[in-house]
Design a binder for this molecule. Structure first.
Ligand SMILES: Cc1cc2nc3c(=O)[nH]c(=O)nc-3n(C[C@H](O)[C@H](O)[C@H](O)COP(=O)(O)OP(=O)(O)OC[C@H]3O[C@@H](n4cnc5c(N)ncnc54)[C@H](O)[C@@H]3O)c2cc1C
Length: 332
């Protein structure tokens, strides 16, 4: 007896987007997380949504669709706020041949101390508050009947004698479903292994510095070879950094202080800025550098692991919903 059609393991931004879009399509869903929504990589994200430069990778098309699906979700989900601020980018990492250059830098980011001579303005890029958005999607999923189980680690996937995945084991309880979607971020490898699926990941730490700056200093997303920054209306400013081997709170504090000085030297009016927090987030990144979105070779098991997950969560929810509905037709 199937209690629910789908169990989604992981209430990060990816699992929440899937749960919401399935629920709207009339699928009965249980969303399970070991902790609170968004407490994995999602919580530490810079959450830049953009089309990205053309890098010719197979993921390029997916990233471009991610933005479009966020635009759609923001129109249909109450309280889901997108900040389409645009992004001003320059430097070796961000430049690419043929990109349109802007000569309006002083208008776009008037507080920059050293405005670049050559930069690109990606006017349709934006960002979102990742935890708030995750919570918003979950509330909307619940309004469409989704059941949510938090503080409930899934210890393994339940399988039939034939090997089909038929549910998820939470402590002593077994939840059953026709499909289990594993969207458990870095926890996905261990869970998939319990169904015999190999999903190796690389360790991919990244640091997020939060500053409290006077509001209005950074207008959109600013990104170059030295730093990336964006600011909320209340002045909270986020700067993501590559991980450089920090292993203690003291290391992180030092990194935060250096970043604070970099910010103060990069923007006029930033001298009163204070350091709020420095955290490490572990990004779910597969060892082969690709995404794992789709039914696995084990019947009943669907995986949803991809990078960059905030940008892609919207389109992953769409793809997963189409797949589940198609599977439902096959089972009729
Ligand atoms: C500093 C930094 C900056 C970033 N910047 C960007 C950016 O600008 N744009 C972008 O698109 N991406 C960015 N990313 C990456 C992005 O944050 C992640 O790709 C995304 O958050 C992954 O979401 P997720 O839902 O797949 O995983 P997670 O957010 O990690 O969620 C997985 C969830 O699964 C739960 N879970 C795990 N195992 C179990 C289990 N056994 N049972 C029950 N629950 C379980 C966890 O508790 C967690 O809540 C950044 C990441 C970092 C760290």
């Amino acid at each position: 007896m199937v209690s629910r059609e789908v169990i989604v393991v992981g209430a990060g931004i990816v699992g929440s987007s899937i749960a919401y879009q399935l629920a709207v399509a009339g699928v009965s869903v249980t969303l399970v997380d070991a902790a609170l929504p968004g407490s994995g990589a999602t919580k530490h994200s810079f959450a830049w949504i953009g089309r990205s430069a053309h890098d010719g990778s197979p993921e390029e098309k997916l990233r471009s669709l991610g933005r479009d699906h966020w635009y759609r979700l923001a129109q249909e989900v109450p309280d889901l706020e997108m900040h389409w601020t645009g992004a001003l980018v320059w430097g070796e990492y961000f430049s690419h041949d043929g990109a349109p250059k802007t000569d309006r830098v002083e208008m776009i980011e008037p507080h920059l101390v050293m405005p670049p001579h050559q930069s690109e303005h990606r006017a349709d890029d934006g960002w979102l508050d990742p935890v708030r958005t995750t919570e918003c999607l979950i509330r909307a999923a619940q309004r469409h009947g989704t059941s949510v189980r938090l503080g409930s680690p899934v210890s393994r996937l339940a399988r039939s004698e034939e090997g089909t995945v038929i549910g998820a084991v939470l402590g002593t309880e077994v939840l059953s479903a026709s499909t289990v979607i594993v969207a458990a971020g870095t926890g996905s490898t261990a869970l998939c292994a319990t169904a015999g699926i190999d999903l190796p990941m690389v360790s991919s730490p990244s640091v997020l510095v939060q500053l409290q700056a006077p509001p209005g200093i950074v207008r959109g997303i600013v990104a170059n070879d030295e730093f990336e920054a964006r600011q909320s209306a209340d002045g909270t400013t986020l700067m993501p950094l590559e991980y450089t081997g920090e292993t203690s709170r003291e290391d992180l504090r030092r990194t935060g202080e250096e970043t604070l000085r970099l910010f103060q030297g990069s923007f006029h009016g930033a001298s009163e800025t204070k350091l709020k927090s420095v955290e490490i987030g572990w990004r779910p990144m597969l060892a082969n550098g690709e995404s794992a979105i789709g039914y696995s070779s084990v019947p009943g098991l669907y995986t949803a692991v991809a990078h960059p997950g905030i940008m892609l969560a919207s389109v992953i929810g769409h793809i997963a919903t189409k797949a589940i509905l198609a599977q439902r037709q096959t089972n009729l």
